[in-house]
Design a protein. Structure first.
Length: 275
């Protein structure tokens, strides 16, 4: 069974409590981990629609019955709301972030969410409507990058790896740039809106979760990160549910070879299953 509950403005309204009320009926909680009939029962998982929501739906429809698991997918549309919903018990797990993002969230909020395992890499890339190669970047060109520390550092690191700029070790914002020979003009933009800025910039860094819905393809990418990336998305949960059999079963299903084949066939390299 799959549900799609849009949650767009909960934090902006300061109503994380409302999230709890709206989703409490959907959360199975640790008490439901082992129903009397011997099945694993229901697990609620927060995710953005693409690719994680599509992936969770596919696993629920094609594989979950094999282990007696019912996956309820709760849809979020930004990076700010899934972790608070997990922390307050509105969901049992989420699938949208990498380890660095989770670590930053825990540090900033005093939370203790944990990773149950890596699932896939949503390959990020610099896209352009005017350039066909990174070598075509010219003095003063405009580049839009994410404004969250994890993905901003990811974008700067990718440019630095190609020698376009130089950065401090561990740089997570523009202050970490130590050399910018082309005097590139950087604009920091909320991750979900980056694809919309493509017409106004010479190059834009977009993660696959937002590039795919925006219709961006690898043909428009002038620089794509490799599979050795440190930004594989993880299944996150709470310490209390870390050893829950539903979590273990879901990780197994999400990393099953049949799931990997589905990922490869559906997203043609923009989403890379964990090896």
């Amino acid at each position: 069974m799959s549900i799609r509950t849009g949650i767009r403005t909960a934090l902006a309204l300061g109503s994380v409590a409302a999230l709890t009320l709206g989703l409490a009926a959907c959360s199975s909680g640790s008490d439901d981990a082992a129903p009397a009939d011997g099945t694993l029962g229901t697990i609620t998982v927060g995710a953005l629609p693409t690719p994680a929501g599509d992936l969770l739906d596919w696993v629920d429809e094609n594989l979950a019955d094999e282990v007696g698991l019912d996956i309820e997918y709760v849809e979020f549309t930004d990076y700010n709301t899934p972790n608070p919903a997990l922390s307050d018990g509105s969901t049992d797990a989420n699938l949208f972030q990498n380890q660095g993002f989770l670590d930053t969230y825990n540090e900033q909020t005093g939370s203790d969410l944990v990773s149950a395992g890596e699932i896939y890499l949503p390959a990020a890339a610099f896209y352009s409507e005017s350039l066909s190669s990174l070598d075509e970047l010219a003095e003063g060109d405009s580049i839009a990058i994410p404004n969250d520390p994890t993905n901003e550092g990811r974008a700067l690191g990718l440019l630095a790896s190609e020698g376009v700029i130089e950065i401090e070790d561990g740089a997570t914002n523009l202050d970490g740039i130590t050399s910018n020979p082309l005097d590139l003009q950087f604009t920091e933009v909320e991750n979900a809106s980056l694809a919309l800025t493509l017409p106004d910039n010479d190059a834009v860094f977009v993660t696959a979760s937002f590039a795919i819905p925006a219709g961006l393809t690898d043909d428009q990418a002038i620089l794509i990160e490799g599979t050795d990336s440190a930004y594989y998305n993880i299944l996150a949960t709470t310490p209390e549910l870390a050893d829950d059999p539903r979590i273990a079963a879901l990780v197994d299903l999400l990393t099953d070879q049949r799931t990997k084949d589905y990922i490869d066939e559906t997203w043609n390299g923009l989403i890379v299953p964990v090896s």
